[in-house]
Design a protein around this ligand. Structure first.
Ligand SMILES: NC(=O)C1=CN([C@@H]2O[C@H](COP(=O)(O)OP(=O)(O)OC[C@H]3O[C@@H](n4cnc5c(N)ncnc54)[C@H](OP(=O)(O)O)[C@@H]3O)[C@@H](O)[C@H]2O)[C@@H](O)CC1
Ligand SMILES: Nc1ncnc2c1ncn2[C@@H]1O[C@H](COP(=O)(O)OP(=O)(O)O)[C@@H](O)[C@H]1O
Ligand SMILES: [K+]
Length: 501
């Protein structure tokens, strides 16, 4: 599913009408039917429905939905219009007229009594502002939203996007409606998938309406879906053996951070790599063997990697189909030099994570190198703490283009981009907000590359699977308790689920 900006959505809207003859009126009627469908799922004809209506087309959608329900015999509908009706959009005015022609009379003014309407409503339909939001909410709308958020007792259904949420960033513009459910049209917008918009939207439903599918190619951004992951998962034909599933070389660890390397190695193996070879400076053999005896393990019997180790491992570099470098390395100068040499002299795909991210700063990279920074690392490698990079996907896209590499910007909403195409992963929860989850992810990415995926495809599948596994096992053992090792051991649950989509 494409993830759109408000401008892209408006463009699609316009073209649907000019190039395909499906008018805005038709689309609005379809949007209204979709809203009605959602209301009918949860509320009956006696339910108290409060329609909060702005004077743009978002309000038009809400008015049309109120009219359809009134016509269906819903008896307890109230409509409250906020703003100057005379200055409303063409379709808002048209819908208001039509509603009146259907004999609807229960309009009320926004006044001191408003709190009572809000607190007695079974469902508040938020049609105040949609993707036409043009800045911070003004005083009038701000007051209305505050009262709704404070005094609501029933459910809140937002039309298109919670009023006050920036459709392009998910930011709260002044204040915003906290919805239980949002019904949006055509496709999701960026504001639905970036926090806090993602939280404010509640459950998101997408009504396709009659937009021609081809028009959505206007966007180069997509949401990672189970269907996408299923298609990408490497095949495992019966007539095959371990060499068909690649050779992952992991260069990780130091005396200071021994555990990270093991998680990466387990991640690669649990996702199906043919051979996983882990080389660490410090001896870890009993840990590795306890966790997974199938991992091929070698220690250089020292504290940390340095440039002179390069010759020692150059034979391994030649045999590898993919390299992981970074987890737990430490950041000493000699280790950073070692990392630069590995990255410069290898041609196979490389997953660069954690400490190694700081070493590649000065290097020119290539498309089959993937950098996997979390928020802190991203801020440091792009040298900024000013802009809000977590929601600024364009910044990450530009950075990927500039580095000529693929970036996985790991966060609650993860951005995966090579600067030309961008994917957002929204699986996962706070079970992953623990040291080691990123090390595991790195290994999973490499394990998928070793089976033939490119780094972008592998990052999409890996982010989805680790996040989805976290969700599945959190239902069983809670987000508090689940550890990166639990995620690794339960990866099969998300894989099986995807295979059965
Ligand atoms: N696109 C599509 O394909 C389809 C779109 N559809 C629907 O149209 C919606 C977009 O409609 P839109 O363009 O009329 O804008 P909309 O969201 O109603 O906002 C404008 C209103 O908000 C107000 N307002 C704005 N900012 C404000 C602020 N900061 N503080 C306070 N007020 C503010 C602004 O007031 P004004 O600035 O004019 O005083 C005006 O009244 C879209 O979300 C979807 O629901 C469907 O029918 C199906 C097909
Ligand atoms: N609240 C959250 N919701 C979803 N995913 C999360 C959340 N917090 C962290 N993650 C994911 O967990 C992983 C954490 O990686 P990272 O911070 O690099 O861990 P570490 O460096 O300790 O191994 C990333 O894949 C990130 O997307
Ligand atoms: K809205």
């Amino acid at each position: 599913m494409h993830v759109l900006t408000s401008t892209e959505m408006k463009e699609i809207d316009k073209k649907t009408s000019t190039d395909f003859g499906i008018t805005e009126e038709v689309l609005m009627e379809q949007a209204a039917m979709a809203i009605v469908g959602e209301i009918q799922k949860d509320f009956n004809k006696n339910s108290h429905l409060l329609f909060m209506v702005g004077t743009g087309n978002n309000g038009g959608d809400a008015l049309a939905a109120a009219r359809i329900l009134h016509n269906e015999g819903y008896e307890n509908i109230e409509v409250c219009i906020i703003g100057d009706e005379n200055k409303g959009s063409r379709l808002f005015k048209k819908q208001l007229n039509t509603l009146k022609q259907f004999g609807f009379l229960d309009f009320f003014e926004f006044n001191v009594d408003f709190k009572n309407h809000v607190s007695t409503a079974d469902c508040i339909i938020d049609g105040l502002i949609g993707i036409g939001l043009n800045g911070n909410t003004n005083d009038l709308i701000k007051g209305v939203i505050d009262i709704i958020n404070t005094f609501k007792r029933g459910k809140v259904l937002s039309v298109d996007i919670p009023s006050g949420i920036n459709a392009n960033t998910g930011e709260i513009m002044g204040n915003a409606i906290l919805a239980d459910k949002t019904i949006t049209f055509g496709s999701v917008k960026l504001g639905h998938i970036f926090f806090p918009g993602r939280e404010y939207s509640g459950t998101i439903k997408v009504a396709p309406l009659s937009f021609p599918k081809s028009l959505f190619n206007i966007s180069h951004r997509e949401l990672v879906t189970p269907e996408m992951v299923k298609k990408l998962l490497p095949k495992r034909p019966k007539f095959s053996q371990k060499y068909d599933y690649g050779n992952v070389l992991i260069l990780a660890g130091s005396s200071e951070f021994p555990g990270a390397s093991i998680l990466s190695a387990i991640g690669a193996q649990k996702v199906g790599a043919g051979l996983v070879k882990l080389i660490t400076p410090t001896p870890l053999s009993s840990y590795v063997l306890n966790h997974e005896p199938g991992i091929i393990y070698k220690s250089l019997m020292k504290d940390k990697f340095s440039l002179k180790d390069f010759d020692l491992i150059s034979k391994e570099l030649k045999k590898a189909s993919v390299i992981v470098i970074g987890p737990g390395l430490g950041r000493s100068d000699e280790t950073m030099q070692f990392v630069r040499n590995v990255v410069e002299y290898s041609r196979v795909p490389i997953v660069v994570d954690a400490d190694a991210l700081y070493a590649v700063d000065s290097l020119s990279l290539r498309k089959n190198i993937v950098l996997t920074p979390h928020v802190g690392e991203m801020k440091r490698i792009v040298r900024t703490d000013e802009i809000n990079i977590r929601q600024n996907y364009e910044y990450t896209e530009k950075f990927a283009k500039h580095k000529r590499a693929t970036i996985v910007f790991k966060d609650a909403t993860t951005i995966i981009t090579n600067g030309e195409r961008t994917y957002f992963n929204i699986t996962g929860n706070t079970a992953l907000a623990k040291g080691g989850s990123g090390d595991l992810l790195t290994g999973i990415i490499a394990g998928l590359v070793s089976q033939g995926l490119d780094v972008m495809e592998a990052s999409i599948v890996a982010s989805y699977l680790s996040g989805r596994t976290a969700e599945i096992i959190s239902d069983e053992i809670t987000e508090y308790y689940a550890t990166p090792l639990d995620i690794a051991k339960n990866l099969y649950k998300a894989i099986s689920e995807v295979l059965n989509v």
